[in-house]
Ligand binder design. Structure first.
Ligand SMILES: NC(=O)c1ccc[n+]([C@@H]2O[C@H](COP(=O)([O-])OP(=O)(O)OC[C@H]3O[C@@H](n4cnc5c(N)ncnc54)[C@H](O)[C@@H]3O)[C@@H](O)[C@H]2O)c1
Length: 289
């Protein structure tokens, strides 16, 4: 999408971090912006601040609930007539440093429902609208953890993010065949300095494990190291600038950390050579490598 000014962007997870930075970036580009988030307090602040730059509106939305995402489309049409740039971005990391079998059913459901189903609901809801008016771009936020895997972030996160990459690739093929004016990109950031490590504060009650699992020495050590890696990640506004340029230039895979290319290549070499799975850049970062 070469021209952004005068069009409308919709961003989920817009109250914080990468989503908030994208909302700011789209407003600076002259777009109207619809911000959606589960955190109403932070959302209200974000909407007020983005409104100082341009037209903005906010809706509390839990992306795990299909009807709420459908409500987001209706809200967008009501306020701004149509959506053009849709950022399925809301996400959580889940408990770090646990083996896949140690995550509870609620852990798995929470992370998959937000990180994968949140995107699926966005795709099912917004794509027919984009196809109908024919001028759109969808950004699905995955992660470098959607291109590699490892042991430091929750296995549910890796699984969800790999699925978001695959889903986005399927959309690419579909749009290429039928919709020249509609595009899709998958955002695969490396570490970004956001609030994602505070995600437990946004875990809805139905995804709580009762009683809460006891943290292990290992999970506490990994969590502490991951806090440091995230805190020293790229500023979100730099990621938003990268996404902006990718939309203008119609790029599909969007990276924020050039270091991930080698770990992606190593993973693919292992697959080609029938080797053993490699770990991603994040494991090396957490280990201080
Ligand atoms: N920070 C990183 O290092 C990093 C790296 C790669 C990918 N990502 C991805 O970027 C995206 C944004 O994360 P962030 O790092 O900006 O974190 P963040 O915690 O700062 O922002 C995430 C936002 O999503 C919202 N959210 C959580 N659950 C929700 C739900 N059920 N419905 C609606 N909103 C919900 C939160 O309230 C929060 O405002 C996520 O998909 C994340 O997986 C982040």
């Amino acid at each position: 999408m070469k021209e952004l000014a005068g069009k409308t962007a919709v961003v989920t997870g817009a109250a914080s971090g990468i989503g908030r930075a994208m909302a700011d970036r789209w407003a600076a580009a002259g777009m109207s912006v619809v911000l959606a988030d589960i955190d109403q307090v932070a959302l209200d602040v974000a909407v007020a601040e983005v409104s100082e730059v341009g037209p903005a509106a906010g809706l509390p939305v839990d992306v795990t609930v299909a009807s709420e995402v459908e409500g987001l489309l209706a809200f967008t049409i009501d306020r701004f007539d149509r959506a053009h740039l849709v950022c399925n971005n809301a996400g959580v990391a889940g408990p770090p440093g646990h083996a896949p079998h140690e995550l509870t059913v609620e852990d798995w459901q929470w992370v998959l429902d937000v990180d994968l189903w949140g995107v699926i609901h966005g795709v099912r809801t917004f794509v027919p609208h984009l196809l109908a008016h024919g001028d759109g771009h969808m950004i699905n936020t995955a992660s470098q953890s959607g291109l590699t895997s490892g042991s430091v972030i929750s296995a549910a996160y890796y699984a969800a993010k790999h699925a978001v990459v695959a889903l986005s690739e399927c959309q690419f093929h579909d749009f290429a065949a039928r919709a020249p004016g509609v595009n899709v990109s998958v955002l695969c950031p490396g570490p970004v300095a956001t609030n994602i490590m505070n995600d437990e504060a946004r875990r809805p009650e139905r995804f709580q494990t009762v009683p809460a699992p006891v943290a292990t020495e290992h999970s506490e050590a990994v969590t502490a190291a991951l806090w440091d890696v995230i805190a020293s990640g790229r500023p979100p506004h730099e990621v938003a600038d990268i996404v902006h340029d990718a939309v203008i230039n119609d790029e599909f895979y969007i990276y924020t950390d050039p270091n991930i290319i080698e770990s992606v290549a190593a993973r693919h070499r292992a697959i080609e050579q029938r080797g053993y799975p490699t770990t991603g850049r994040m494991d090396a970062d957490v280990a201080g490598g």
